[in-house]
Design a protein around this ligand. Structure first.
Ligand SMILES: Cc1cc2nc3c(=O)[nH]c(=O)nc-3n(C[C@H](O)[C@H](O)[C@H](O)COP(=O)(O)O)c2cc1C
Length: 332
C-alpha cells in the first residue's frame, strides 16, 4: 500500500508511519526493519557510544536498506556530542533529522544545505513557533499520554491546533498503535503517525521479555508520569519499583528547576543517574523495573515482527475507512 501525504512526499517513504526513536533501545535492526516495512525507521544518536561509531551505524543502515530513515538529535547543551553527531549525519546524507529540545536554527540551516529534512518535537506552542521560525520542515505533535517524555496536551487538540496555527506537515506522536488510531490522527490533519510504544512490543526490539510482557498486560491506567528520571515528566509503567520510589522530585529540586541554567545542569545530572537503572531494566530481569511506555500500551495485545505490525495497522486502517459510510449514516 502506498500513501501520498505531505510527509511521504517530503521524505520519500511509502507509508506515513514513523518507528519512533527510543532511548537506549532503538538499534540498527529496528531501523532497517522499520524502513524496509515501508515506514520510516529511526534511532536516537545518543544510542551510539562512543560517538565516533555513529558513522559506522549510518553506513551499515545504508548498506542494509535503500529506504529513507531518520536520526534523533538532542539539540541543546546537555548533549555534549551534538556538533559531532550533526556533522556525521549531514556528511552521511541522513534523509531526516528529528530535533528534540534546544534551538534547531543552526541544525536546520546546515541540514538544508545537504538535502536533509528536519522535523521538530513540540509539546507547546512556543516550541512550535521556534521550530517554524528556524525553518523546520515539519512538526512532531508529541501529545499527552505518549511514551517517554510525553507532552501534556491531548492529541485531539494538539494535532488540529498545530495544523491550524502553522502551515507545516504534522506528525501525530502519542496514543496511536492501531489503524483506527492512525485514521483518526489523519482525520485531525496529521500527515503521518509516529509510534514508539507499539514497536516496543516487536520481535526486533531488544528489550527483555518481562518488559514486553508488561506492555502487553498494561491497562491505560497503569501508565504513570514520573519526574524522577531527569526532572522532566516521563511516562512509565507503574511497577512496584516505580511505586516504591515515588514519582515526584523534592521541593528543593523543583525550586532549582525554575532557573533555566540550573535546569539544564540538573537535567544532565539526573539523566546520568537514571541511565544505569534504565539500561539494566531494559535489557535484563531486575527488581528495578523502570520501563518507559505510553497509555496506548493498553491497546497492545501481542508481540510480533515489525513487518507484521505495520501490515496489521494498514489492514485496520483499511477496515476503518470501509466503516466510514456507517458514521455518515449516524446523521439523521
Ligand atoms: C522507552 C521510550 C524511549 C523513548 N526515547 C526517546 C528518545 O530518545 N528521543 C525522542 O525524541 N523520543 C523518545 N521517546 C518518545 C517516542 O519517540 C515517541 O514520541 C513516543 O513513543 C510516541 O508515543 P507512543 O509511545 O504513545 O507511541 C521514547 C519513548 C519511549 C516509550
Amino acid at each position: 500500500m502506498q500513501f501520498d501525504t505531505a510527509f511521504t512526499r517530503d521524505i520519500g517513504c511509502d507509508l506515513p508511519i514513523v518507528v519512533a526513536p527510543l532511548f537506549l533501545i532503538s538499534n540498527i535492526d529496528m531501523v532497517v526493519a522499520g524502513s524496509e516495512s515501508g515506514a520510516l525507521g529511526s534511532f536516537p544518536a545518543l544510542n551510539v557510544r562512543p560517538v565516533e561509531k555513529l558513522r559506522e551505524w549510518l553506513q551499515e543502515i545504508k548498506r542494509r536498506t535503500d529506504k529513507p530513515f531518520a536520526v534523533n538529535l538532542i539539540a541543546n547543551r546537555t548533549n555534549i556530542y551534538y556538533k559531532k553527531q550533526m556533522e556525521m549525519c549531514l556528511d552521511e546524507k541522513v534523509p531526516m533529522i528529528i530535533a528534540s529540545l534546544g534551538n534547531p536554527t543552526e541544525l536546520i540551516e546546515n541540514a538544508h544545505q545537504s538535502g536533509t529534512k528536519v522535523y521538530c518535537d513540540v509539546i507547546r506552542h512556543e516550541h512550535a513557533q521556534k521550530a517554524v521560525d528556524a525553518g523546520a520542515d515539519g512538526l512532531i505533535a508529541v501529545s499527552g499520554g505518549a511514551g517517554g517524555h510525553g507532552g501534556f496536551i491531548s492529541s485531539m487538540v494538539w494535532i488540529p491546533y498545530l495544523r491550524k496555527q502553522f502551515s507545516l506537515p504534522v506528525l501525530a506522536a502519542g496514543n496511536i498503535a492501531t489503524g483506527e488510531g492512525m485514521l483518526a490522527a489523519m482525520a485531525l490533519g496529521a500527515s503521518g503517525v509516529y509510534m514508539g510504544t507499539r514497536f516496543l512490543a516487536s520481535e526486533e526490539c531488544p528489550i527483555s521479555e518481562n518488559y514486553k510482557s508488561a506492555i502487553i498486560h498494561a491497562r491505560p491506567q497503569d501508565i504513570v508520569t514520573t519526574y524522577k528520571l531527569d526532572g522532566v515528566a516521563a511516562n512509565v509503567i507503574n511497577t512496584p519499583y516505580v511505586q516504591r520510589k515515588g514519582t515526584d522530585i523534592s521541593w528543593i529540586e523543583k525550586k532549582l528547576f525554575r532557573s533555566r541554567k540550573l535546569r539544564q545542569l540538573l537535567f544532565g545530572l539526573r539523566s546520568l543517574r537514571s541511565i544505569g537503572v534504565l539500561s539494566e531494566a531494559i535489557k535484563k530481569p531486575t527488581w528495578k523495573e523502570l520501563w518507559g511506555a505510553g497509555q496506548v500500551a493498553g491497546l497492545i495485545d501481542e508481540v510480533a515482527p515489525m513487518q507484521d505490525i505495520v501490515e496489521r495497522i494498514l489492514q485496520e486502517y483499511e477496515e476503518a475507512v470501509q466503516k466510514l459510510p456507517h458514521a455518515a449514516q449516524l446523521k439523521k
